[in-house]
Write a new protein. Structure first.
Length: 116
């Protein structure tokens, strides 16, 4: 005599608490935004370079502030670093003006980290 097994019922998959199921997001295809006009190319390159220089300037400024707070810079070093950072900032602003770039155009949006 053979016994017949009952078919197993499928249980719904358990979801971990606090986690939402992952969804795939479909994004529309991006359009080509680059304009090969020589003036626009030059302005874009200047914007990129100035953005990177501004990022480095802000990082150096934060490092200098940390070193000042930890008292690892002498008074003359603090003054020299401050003067150099102000000169870099002025130079970035002057070059930006020549290419009609506002300081807001030189910000990096790093998403969740923050806007630099």
């Amino acid at each position: 005599m053979t016994t017949r097994r009952k078919p197993r019922r499928r249980r719904p998959a358990k979801r971990k608490r606090g986690r939402k199921p992952e969804r795939t997001v479909r994004r529309p295809p991006t359009t080509l935004r680059w304009n090969p006009d020589p003036d626009d190319v030059q302005r874009s390159v200047v914007q990129l370079v100035l953005t990177l220089v501004e990022l480095l300037r802000k990082l150096m400024e934060r490092q200098a502030i940390r070193r000042m707070e930890n008292r690892t810079l002498s008074q003359s070093e603090t003054e020299a670093v401050g003067a150099a950072l102000m000169e870099i900032e002025r130079t970035i602003r002057d070059i930006g003006k020549k290419f009609d770039l506002a300081p807001e155009d030189l910000n990096l949006d790093l998403g969740a980290i923050k806007l630099l």
